[in-house]
Design a binder for this molecule. Structure first.
Ligand SMILES: NC(=O)C1=CN([C@@H]2O[C@H](COP(=O)(O)OP(=O)(O)OC[C@H]3O[C@@H](n4cnc5c(N)ncnc54)[C@H](O)[C@@H]3O)[C@@H](O)[C@H]2O)C=CC1
Ligand SMILES: O=C(O)[C@@H]1CCC=N1
Length: 290
């Protein structure tokens, strides 16, 4: 690859993990693997990480990717002695994943599940544990993610710090003042990578319609996305970056005027509203079932 993916990383203060914390993941899917990969890169000992993953094929993959990490098929088998438990199952799988789960008092529970509220987690897990809700995103895989976090005011600073260290291994972190803001974070940055990928697909297709060969259009669209992302990761505000491309009376202005007139901003506002509403629905679904 002609560019270094490390350049994608947002700059953030490094907070090295203490090596002694035992962390259990419930669910070993895509997001869990991103976080585990980040923790191991940050120097966390694999022996101090455990994962509950019921799918045999996925479990074998995890074993291959992360040698030394403890694997089990059920949550109850991996949480013993865990200082932190990361809930990384789909919202619809959460109820079953938490059934009969007894956690050590003072354990920090970090849920990354879309929509699942702290109230419903409290109902399943009872008192005695510290609950943190978080929403990361898939660039976590490259250490270039961003997560929103929310903890109830009663959660002590040490518990917040541990939750943040886990998420920081995958990128930047933002603390939120209200739990409902997690639904907005889900709509913006949680689902956000898909919007940029869709945009890249659309550019690729439009390029083909203008007569470019599909592989040429794909290369142009992808590298334009990558190059623009690298520029956006710098100091200059994106609005200014946009202005720098847009010559007065030029081609970019012609395209942007079309996008603005077609209501692109409203389209995104409506799309994010739909994602936020779906996040709340997923939470309500679980609350009703529990
Ligand atoms: N994919 C994304 O872009 C993002 C997803 N999330 C959230 O992260 C969570 C996980 O998402 P993904 O990793 O994409 O899903 P995934 O489907 O890749 O991973 C979920 C894993 O949990 C396992 N599982 C199912 N039932 C289980 C149980 N009872 N005990 C233990 N493990 C169980 C599944 O076999 C699967 O491997 C979801 O709640 C999602 O809302 C958060 C941010 C971004
Ligand atoms: O689509 C979803 O529900 C999950 C949450 C954010 C990204 N993916």
């Amino acid at each position: 690859m002609p560019y270094d993916t490390a350049q994608f990383k947002t700059t953030f203060e490094e907070t090295p993990l203490p090596m002694s914390e035992r962390i259990a993941f419930i669910g070993g899917g895509n997001m869990a693997a991103s976080l585990i990969g980040g923790l191991l890169k940050a120097g966390h000992s694999p022996a101090q990480i455990a994962v509950a993953e019921p799918l045999a094929e996925r479990s074998a993959w995890l074993q291959h990717e992360f040698p030394g990490v403890q694997l089990g098929t059920q949550a109850t088998a991996v949480v013993t002695g865990a200082r932190a438990v990361v809930l990384a199952v789909k919202p619809q799988q959460m109820r079953e994943a938490l059934a009969n789960l007894a956690l050590d008092a003072g354990c920090v529970v970090v849920s990354i599940a879309a929509g699942v509220t702290l109230a419903s987690l409290r109902r399943s897990l009872g008192g005695g544990v510290h609950l943190v809700r978080s929403m990361p995103n898939t660039p976590a895989l490259l250490g270039a993610g961003i997560s929103g976090l929310y903890a109830e005011p009663s959660v002590p600073a040490a518990a917040r710090a541990l939750a943040e260290r886990i998420l920081r291994a995958a990128g930047d972190c933002v603390w939120l003042e209200q739990e409902t803001q997690i639904d907005a974070v889900t709509a913006l940055s949680g689902s956000g990578p898909a919007y940029f990928f869709l945009l890249t697909e659309a550019l690729r297709e439009a390029g083909v319609q203008l007569g470019l060969a599909p592989e040429v259009a794909a290369r142009l669209a992808r590298q334009t996305f990558v190059g623009s992302a690298l520029m956006a990761a710098g100091e200059t505000d994106v609005q200014q970056l946009r202005a720098q491309v847009t010559s007065k009376g030029g081609t970019t202005q012609a395209a942007l005027e079309h996008l603005e007139q077609a209501g692109l901003r409203k389209l995104f506002a409506d799309a994010l509203r739909a994602a936020e509403a779906r996040s709340r629905e997923l939470g309500a679904l679980l609350s009703k079932e529990s």
